[in-house]
Design a binder for this molecule. Structure first.
Ligand SMILES: CC[C@H](C(=O)O)C(=O)SCCNC(=O)CCNC(=O)[C@H](O)C(C)(C)COP(=O)(O)OP(=O)(O)OC[C@H]1O[C@@H](n2cnc3c(N)ncnc32)[C@H](O)[C@@H]1OP(=O)(O)O
Ligand SMILES: [Co+2]
Length: 139
């Protein structure tokens, strides 16, 4: 396995609208995209572009959102996960399974429209880790 690009840092928030205002007013970000819902993943999402990566703002969507409990423990929100890119998601899944890391649920489509999976934080030095297949290069 070769460490791939840090695609994004997932930041949970009780309000994406408030967080966008924060990143624009405090950090000089320019958020041009509209937040969008990912019902299958239980989150509303908005990306804040940085020069070399992205902040992925995630707000709970629906009763069963996987980040409800995180926000109960961290009412202001906070850093939630790191997402690294890999060339081939199935190869990566086999690698992590082979070294005994717990994979959380099935491989599914992430916010960038490519396959992703999550590794349990307890197996990853306390860091909830998302693995994402790199978007195919446009020709
Ligand atoms: C996919 C769309 C988008 C994208 O980028 O494409 C996203 O990234 S969506 C992001 C939201 N979705 C997920 O996070 C899915 C994977 N997450 C999970 O399955 C859960 O959040 C899980 C299992 C990591 C934690 O679930 P929950 O909080 O309900 O359970 P516990 O409170 O029992 O947690 C167990 C244990 O883990 C610690 N924990 C929880 N969340 C985190 C975290 N974000 N980072 C580090 N550690 C975390 C928690 O404190 C518990 O530890 P303990 O010592 O037992 O208290
Ligand atoms: Co993510």
């Amino acid at each position: 396995m070769k460490l791939g690009r840090l695609n994004h840092v997932g930041v949970a928030t009780p309000s994406i609208a408030d967080s966008i205002a924060h990143y624009e007013a405090t950090m000089g970000a320019s958020v041009t995209m509209e937040p969008f819902d990912l019902p299958a993943q239980g989150v509303k999402v908005c990306f804040v572009d940085t020069p070399n990566s992205q902040i992925e703002l995630i707000e709970p969507l629906g009763e069963n959102s996987p980040i409800h409990k995180f926000l109960e423990k961290n009412p202001l929100g906070g850093q939630h996960h790191l997402c690294f890119e890999v060339p081939d998601i199935e190869e990566a899944r086999a690698w992590f399974e082979g070294i005994g890391k717990r994979i959380l649920g099935p491989t599914r489509t992430g916010a960038h429209g490519t396959p992703i999976f999550f590794l349990h934080p307890k197996d990853m030095e306390g860091v909830l880790t998302e693995i994402m297949e790199s978007p195919k290069q446009a020709h």
